[in-house]
Design a protein around this ligand. Structure first.
Ligand SMILES: NC(=O)c1ccc[n+]([C@@H]2O[C@H](COP(=O)([O-])OP(=O)(O)OC[C@H]3O[C@@H](n4cnc5c(N)ncnc54)[C@H](OP(=O)(O)O)[C@@H]3O)[C@@H](O)[C@H]2O)c1
Length: 268
């Protein structure tokens, strides 16, 4: 039987791509589409909004009213919206795939607590290539992390509202954890003016926001005489949407617990 999927943020860039990917996948069926209260998209057919033809699923702002038709809710909305969506999904016992980034510590705590009651896949980047990079970063950090200057450079489209990207931060965490540093203590975000010489123990972040860049990430391990760079470039939002839909299918078998794409892709 097809996994019944709800899309939260259905009229957003990612939401529309997820609708398109679901439409091409017989193993899933879109049964609900959610937007925020007051959205001009409410009442419209989600498929028509996504440009893929009628789906016979009208966009609503009421998760509760559609929850019994949904096995897994996929949320790509705004950091400020996620906590309310999680609380509603917990009440409705609806599993969640959360791709929204820019979350606060209290959002992270809420996700952890919610995962005692519902199954959740939460990943700042759902692309398979990026998740492979997380594994490669672990290896690189183990071998050369202590002896190199580590910088993380990310680039995204001009509409992105949070910085650095959740993926860049997660890359930083993977590297920091591997070499026994605390990212909160060693991260440096952007540089300006007389910054002094570089402290070897820091991990630097640089952010570019320009044009229609879907998402580029490079982690640089620079030493005297050589440097290693691990780079991922996304050229289509479909890479994230494919990952999110794969996560929804994988999650349909789980009862509760907090998982990431490393679990979904069996990379642990
Ligand atoms: N994990 C990943 O692989 C991955 C990949 C790409 C993007 N992302 C993240 O996914 C999020 C969405 O990205 P995007 O580019 O699709 O942004 P977007 O185009 O702004 O889409 C967000 C959509 O959610 C809507 N929304 C806001 N509050 C809502 C609520 N309470 N309930 C339902 N819908 C609500 C927004 O409506 P309005 O525009 O009218 O406010 C908008 O249509 C961002 O945090 C982004 O960083 C994650």
């Amino acid at each position: 039987m097809a996994v019944r999927v709800g899309v939260c943020g259905a009229a957003g860039r990612m939401g529309k791509t997820i609708l398109e990917v679901c439409n091409d996948n017989e193993a899933v069926e879109v049964t609900a589409a959610i937007e925020y209260s007051g959205s001009p998209m409410l009442g419209l057919d989600a498929g028509e909004v996504a440009g893929i033809g009628k789906l016979n699923v009208n966009i609503t702002d009421d998760i509760q009213s559609v929850a019994d038709q949904v096995d897994v809710m996929i949320d790509f909305t705004l950091a400020t919206s996620v906590s309310a969506n999680i609380q509603k999904c917990v009440l409705a016992k609806c599993k969640m795939v959360i791709g929204t980034t820019g979350l606060t510590q209290s959002d992270h705590d809420l996700i952890k607590n919610a995962s005692n009651k519902i199954a959740i896949v939460f990943a700042p980047n759902m692309s398979i290539g990026v998740n492979l990079c997380f594994k490669l970063l672990e290896i690189a950090a183990k071998v050369i992390g202590e002896d190199t200057d580590i910088e993380i450079i990310e680039a995204h489209h001009r509409h992105k509202k949070d910085a650095p990207s959740g993926t860049a931060l997660h890359m930083g965490e993977v590297v920091a954890n591997t070499i026994g540093r605390n990212l909160k203590e060693c991260a440096v975000y952007g540089r300006e003016g007389i910054t002094g010489v570089r402290d070897k123990k820091t991990i630097g972040f640089e952010t570019i926001r320009a044009g229609d860049i879907i998402g580029d990430h490079t982690v640089m391990f620079a030493a005297d005489g050589e440097r290693v760079e691990i780079t991922h470039k996304a050229s289509s939002r479909k890479t994230f949407a494919n990952g999110a839909v794969r996560a929804a299918q994988w999650l349909s078998e789980k009862k509760s617990g907090l998982f990431d794409m490393q679990d979904v892709l069996d990379l642990k």
